[in-house]
Design a protein around this ligand. Structure first.
Ligand SMILES: Nc1ncnc2c1ncn2[C@@H]1O[C@H](COP(=O)(O)OP(=O)(O)O)[C@@H](O)[C@H]1O
Ligand SMILES: [Mg+2]
Length: 292
């Protein structure tokens, strides 16, 4: 573990990542604060609103190495640090990445979907490293101390809050500064689509026009994140008509889709061919092998 830090990367900056000025300024304050004493930051917001990207951008911006852990997948206590394993009839303790990562000075440790852990007790040990003591006793290692300037970032989808019924949950949450991410305004979303996918501003307008209709439609508003508007824009950039770019990007029910298609047709005249044409799905130069 001596030179583990070398294995961790500083994430590359996303040149087209946009953030609210107030958030940026306060993240700068938090970064300074982390020089004085340990801090943890909880980023909440809707799915696909840029939480994970924000953590990555922060690490890139401040040239900090970063590692991400899918906390939502943890099933039981101990799974972060290491586990007893059996080999050739002998048990031995295998330590996991997490125990090394937290010993890298200045590291950004991203705990993804912290609220989704199957079993809240899987987070027992996290509780110790997130506390002011920044250390935990693991029988197999002795005292594991978190390195200076390490920042724990947790991300969590809005609406899927910690249950709060578990005391561990509440106490855990208590230890974080909080950034509530919102979807950026439409003008910014447009800029993101244009810059990231290379579509023209007018195509971006067309996409966002339909997307916003879906978002605001009264019967059944559909939550379309930037992730999804980006997916649509990417398909457009590959030559897909608006109608197809949307169908192939969104997870929506057939009913909603039908009325959606109707509205796209009304808006753009972009319509489906009358009959579904079927063809063989083989490369153009494909030669079937001889059959004996
Ligand atoms: N503010 C933003 N500026 C630029 N791109 C963004 C922004 N927010 C989200 N994206 C893009 O949208 C996608 C989803 O973001 P992600 O960080 O994975 O969302 P979350 O973690 O909230 O589910 C990524 O491709 C990301 O680059
Ligand atoms: Mg995420």
């Amino acid at each position: 573990m001596v030179d583990f830090a070398k294995h961790l990367k500083v994430p590359s900056l996303d040149p087209y990542f946009f953030v609210m000025e107030e958030d940026r300024v306060n993240m700068e304050r938090l970064e300074k604060l982390s020089e004085k004493h340990p801090i943890n930051i909880l980023v909440t917001g809707n799915q696909g609103c840029g939480k994970s990207s924000l953590v990555r951008q922060f690490a890139g911006y401040y040239s900090r190495p970063m590692a991400t852990f899918q906390v939502g997948l943890l099933l039981e206590a101990g799974q972060l640090f290491g586990q007893q394993r059996l080999k050739d009839g002998e048990t031995f303790y295998q330590s996991f990445l997490f125990s090394n990562v937290i010993r890298v000075p200045g590291c950004v440790v991203h705990l993804e979907e912290i609220n989704r852990s199957e079993n809240p007790h899987a987070l027992n040990e996290l509780f110790s490293v997130l506390s002011e003591e920044r250390s935990i006793w693991i029988d197999e290692f002795g005292l594991v101390e978190v390195a200076p300037r390490v920042i724990f970032f947790a991300t969590m989808n809005e609406g899927a809050e910690f249950s709060g019924t578990d005391e561990l949950d509440a106490a855990l949450k208590d230890r974080f500064y909080r950034i509530r991410l919102e979807y950026p305004p439409m003008s910014v979303e447009k800029e993101i689509l244009v810059l990231k996918t290379g579509i023209s501003p007018s195509v971006a307008d067309e996409i966002l026009n339909v997307v916003n209709k879906l978002r605001r439609n009264k019967q059944a508003p559909i939550d379309i994140s930037i992730r999804h508007s980006l997916m649509i824009a990417e398909l457009s950039a590959m030559g897909a008509p608006l109608r197809e770019a949307i169908i192939y990007s969104l997870q929506i029910s057939m009913n909603v889709l039908e009325s959606l298609l109707l509205s796209i047709h009304v808006e753009t005249g972009d319509t489906k061919e009358e009959s579904n044409h079927y063809e063989r799905y083989v490369p153009p130069d494909y030669v079937p092998s001889q059959r004996g």
